[in-house]
Design a protein around this ligand. Structure first.
Ligand code: ASP
Ligand code: MG
Length: 422
């Protein structure tokens, strides 16, 4: 008998019929002898609907008081889906109880709409499990030290599930979603993309931070920190498929490198269209320049990704970096107004039509020539590389957005990702 956490996304909880299916699946696991904790998202569309109503009433509020009410509001989505699931389980003849975040409690800091989990009390949940009940814990929400309801950011139910699994030392956390696992790349771009049976947690972290939307990145960080075995799998298989088969399906996110059975050097290709490039030209090459440019951008709460500073010529240098496309206009404005005049830099230029394509694989640690293989592949396609950044297990390039699909397809092929490695 094991303690298992299931998490169901909004699509899986999308209607009474689907909730009934979730209940049947969970009941199957409980009847197989497992202690079950389930963390549901709100029914699909519900969080957007609620936040949309708030926006209608107050289009541009930013105060803390307003954000507090947003959390109060958005948290109801998960409260409803959790209660409905408990009701459906009871109707299946399973004893079941649901708890809102504050009832567990799941304690968070007080940053409304993007709170971080600080601790989870397990006494109440354990007592129910020991009494033979299936416990449903709302995703996405917690409570701060003053008793205010908080939420964890969009997609936060993934993080709730992993955190609950960590607190209860669950044997595995299964994330049921509308795709059947993690793929070598987005199958909409490369139809030959292959589902990975396993991926290391570090690779998953790189994939998630670079646009693979399967898991909220914070949930992956959490899983890494607390070593929670995580599996991403489909909730659209028949609920009564053989439980042993189901337990092996999807993609397992592993921690042991030698458990990484597939042994491919590159495991996946990630891409992100959501970036823009900014260059500050002709800045004096003196101490504090990077700080003055990027500090001003960071003060505006704008995240910076790839950064390049050129070698200087005649005491001047060029400085380029990428930001989220949504922050592009504001970043340019800040630089023009505050940084350029102070630094006496030449000009600010930018390009919002770029994208970032990355190859990810822990095998890159122990193999040389992987990056150059990537560059050769892109050059054979005639694709110009504008920026490059690397980490131990990833190489990213910034290229013109219009070549993104071509680049992803060519790289997927060059690294034999359609093939299952022998
Ligand atoms: N319901 C929340 C959202 O839509 C949290 C989640 O689904 O993970 O973002
Ligand atoms: Mg999600």
């Amino acid at each position: 008998m094991a303690l298992i956490v299931h998490k169901y996304g909004g699509t899986s909880m999308g209607s009474a019929e689907r909730i009934r299916n979730v209940a049947k699946r969970v009941a199957k696991w409980a009847r197989a002898g497992h202690q079950m904790v389930v963390v549901p998202s709100a029914m699909s569309g519900e969080t957007n609907r609620l936040l949309g109503l708030a926006k209608e009433l107050a289009p541009s509020r930013t105060s803390d008081a307003y954000h507090r009410e947003l959390d109060m509001l958005a948290a109801t989505g998960e409260q409803a889906s959790s209660a409905l699931l408990a009701i459906a389980l009871q109707a299946e003849g399973m004893a079941s109880v649901s708890y809102a975040g504050w009832q567990v409690p799941i304690r968070t800091d007080n940053s409304y709409t993007k709170a971080r989990i600080e601790s989870i009390e397990d006494t109440r949940v354990r007592a129910d499990l020991d009494a033979g009940r299936v416990v449903i814990v709302t995703g996405f929400q917690g409570v701060d030290a003053e008793g205010n309801i908080t939420t964890l950011g969009r997609g936060g139910s993934d993080t709730s599930a992993v955190a609950v699994a960590a607190a209860l030392k669950a044997s595995e956390c299964l994330i049921y979603t509308d795709v059947d696992g993690v793929y070598t790349t987005d199958p909409r771009v490369v139809p030959e993309a292959r589902r990975l049976h396993t991926i290391s947690f570090e690779e998953m972290l790189e994939m998630a931070s670079m646009g693979s939307k399967v898991l909220q990145i914070r949930s992956v960080e959490f899983a890494g920190k607390y070593k929670v075995p995580l599996r991403v799998l489909s909730s659209f298989t028949a609920w009564d498929i053989d439980i042993k088969e189901e337990a092996k399906s999807g993609t397992l996110i592993t921690f042991e490198e030698d458990e990484h059975m597939e042994q491919a050097i590159v495991s996946g290709i990630a891409f992100n269209r959501d970036e823009a490039k900014i260059s500050v030209l002709g800045v004096p090459d003196t101490p504090g320049i990077a700080y003055q440019i990027l500090g001003a951008v960071a003060d505006a709460n704008i995240d910076v990704d790839v950064i390049i500073q050129n070698v200087s010529k005649d005491g001047k240098t060029d400085f380029s970096f990428t930001v989220n496309r949504g922050d592009y206009a504001r970043a340019i404005e800040i630089l023009k107004e505050r940084v350029i005049p102070k630094l006496g830099a030449h000009e600010v230029t930018g390009d919002a039509k770029i994208c970032k394509v990355s190859i990810v694989g822990i095998g890159m640690r122990s193999h040389v020539g992987i990056a150059s293989k990537m560059f050769r592949c892109l050059s054979e396609e005639g694709i110009n590389i504008q920026m490059i950044s690397t980490s131990e297990i990833k190489t990213s390039v910034v290229i013109d957005e219009k070549y993104m699909e071509l680049a992803v397809r060519a790289l997927h092929k060059a690294f034999d990702l359609e093939q299952v490695p022998a």
